[in-house]
Design a binder for this molecule. Structure first.
Ligand code: KIV
Ligand code: ZN
Length: 521
């Protein structure tokens, strides 16, 4: 069901916009390295089109699309553009190195957006559709046009714009539910209306793009596919503007599990869903809610005795899909302190890490340290360890050298002693705070004064048990720029300081880049 060709009329193209619409959501911004990591992960899981960013939005966005275009080979790389020439040119230029590229241009078509947001007459919007698609075709044959706020657009005008976009050369027509307003039956009817009324619709593929304001993004997307749409736009973990976009994993697993009623093929390797979700959570600091479908911590947990009994007799009693089908290996015990380099390297390969010899030596050394501290080393521990290694950058201006904390009922207030290397020079201080984390963060402030404010401090246990590694995310904000830092360690305080310093290093890199103009799409 998953490896059928593009000519199959029931093949659904999976268009992932985690790096564009997802990244636009507050607090989800990623740096270049993180975007490249996510893009490679999306390519590896079989996504057909990767919307890599909005090149005109900032030099950083342009660079990210451009770099992703250089490395992704198996998926189409897409860049977003409003209807103006500069937008379309920026997208075309950023995508130049891509083997397969798509320019995605859009303009609002609803009466409200045209009059209030664009302050344009419908005839001018219609002309902008033609002009932008025509210009995008100079860069590639693969052009997508979107009617922003499509679900609140008058049908006659929508059909007129779609027909003209196709005449101008668009090969994918997207009808977004930009504000998450529609409901499944109505959206399916809208898709059927476009298919019935637009005379040249057979020359394009219809795409759907749903936001989740009413919690209906996935249901609406699936209803549209049943009505004839053959591209779905979605994001990992459903991240995106406001309540988010349709979640990729929910769409894919619904299509796979209910193939009997929705016989539509796609190319996603479902076993890569859980690692993808975790990678994104780690990078953005947005952990999914425990009861989130497919990737939530409780999605495959059976608490009630009656359910456990049923599942032990036959998993099908309460499980409509297996944890393995989404790549969930429950706390597999893999290695211990006696495991050798060879077993460690084989495990890394099995978990999908391809790292060079030096990084491998470092990871192995850190694994030995971890195995000394922690009795059982699980897959999740190894993933956290390698991810933690990856956040350390040789060019980091600030490095953690030593930390000591005194806290508890005796020490009033808690005390931290911290040693950092800053621009090659070792500096130490001690300080107190309202709790041990506050004491440690106060020391960072003293050693490296800065104005960034702490927006998020989040601790997540990588596995179960009191000896579990803590994975900490720290989000800092400075003059509208937000960064997430991560750190992992069996000592929560060490992980916290590592995460803060990681965020600070990222902020220093960001400071050097030009401030992007705020844009919305
Ligand atoms: O939600 C929306 O309408 C969009 C468009 C740019 C496709 O994100
Ligand atoms: Zn959107």
């Amino acid at each position: 069901m998953s490896t059928q060709s593009d000519t199959d009329p029931n093949r659904v193209i999976i268009f992932d916009t985690t790096l564009r619409d997802g990244e636009q959501s507050p607090g989800c911004s990623m740096n270049l390295e993180e975007k490249l990591k996510i893009a490679k992960m999306l390519e590896g899981m079989g996504v057909d089109v990767i919307e890599a960013g909005f090149p005109i939005a900032s030099p950083g966005d342009f660079e990210a699309v451009n770099e992703i275009a250089k490395v992704v080979k198996d998926a189409v790389v897409c860049g977003l553009a409003r209807s103006g020439n500069m937008d379309v040119d920026a997208a075309g230029e950023a995508l130049a190195p891509a083997e397969r590229k798509r320019v995605h241009t859009f303009i609002s078509t609803s009466p409200l957006h045209m009059s209030v947001k664009l302050q344009m007459e419908p005839e001018d919007v219609h002309q902008a559709v033609i002009d932008s698609v025509t210009r995008a075709r100079k860069y590639t044959d693969d052009v997508e046009w979107s009617a922003e706020d499509g679900t609140r657009t008058e049908h006659d005008f929508l059909c007129q714009c779609v027909e003209s976009a196709i005449k101008a050369g668009a090969t994918t027509i997207n009808i977004p539910d930009t504000v998450g307003y529609t409901v499944p039956d109505e959206y399916a009817e809208l898709i059927r209306m476009v298919m019935n009324r637009v005379p040249n619709i057979d020359k394009a593929r219809i795409s759907v793009h749903c936001h989740n304001d009413l919690g209906l993004a996935v249901a609406n997307s699936l209803a549209a596919v049943s009505a004839g749409a053959r591209q779905v736009e979605c994001t990992i973990n459903g991240i995106g503007e406001r309540a988010g976009n349709a979640s990729l994993e929910e769409i894919i697993m619904a299509l796979r599990t209910r193939f009997d009623v929705m016989p539509f093929a796609n190319n996603i390797i479902t076993e890569k869903i859980t690692p993808a979700s975790r990678l994104l959570s780690g990078v953005t600091g947005f952990n999914v809610q425990p009861n989130k479908a497919i990737v939530g911590a409780n999605a495959f947990a059976h608490e009630a005795g009656i359910h456990q009994d049923g599942v032990l007799k036959d998993a099908g009693t309460y499980e409509i899909m297996t944890p393995e089908s989404v790549g969930l290996n429950k706390n597999q015990l893999v290695l211990g302190k006696h495991s050798g380099r060879h077993a460690f390297s084989a495990k890394l390969k099995e978990l999908g890490f391809e790292i060079g010899d030096n990084a491998m030596q470092d990871a192995f050394r850190r694994f030995k340290v971890l195995a000394d501290k922690k009795k059982d080393v699980f897959d999740e521990d190894i993933i956290a360890l390698v991810d933690d290694e990856a956040v350390l950058n040789a060019n980091d201006r600030i490095k953690v050298l030593a930390l000591e904390i005194k806290c508890g009922t005796v020490h009033q207030p808690p005390e931290a002693a911290l040693e950092l290397e800053i621009d090659g020079e070792s500096k130490a201080c001690s300080g107190t705070g309202d709790g041990p984390v506050d004491a440690a963060f106060n020391c960072i402030h003293e050693l490296f004064p800065h104005t960034a404010t702490l927006q998020l401090y989040q601790v997540h246990a990588v596995t179960e048990g009191t000896d579990a590694q803590a994975e900490v995310t720290v989000r800092l904000e400075e003059e509208g720029k937000t960064v997430n830092g991560q750190g992992a360690d069996t000592d929560t305080m060490v992980a916290s300081v590592k995460a803060y310093v990681h965020a600070l290093n990222k902020l220093l890199v960001k400071r050097e880049k030009t401030a992007p103009a705020a844009l919305s799409a």
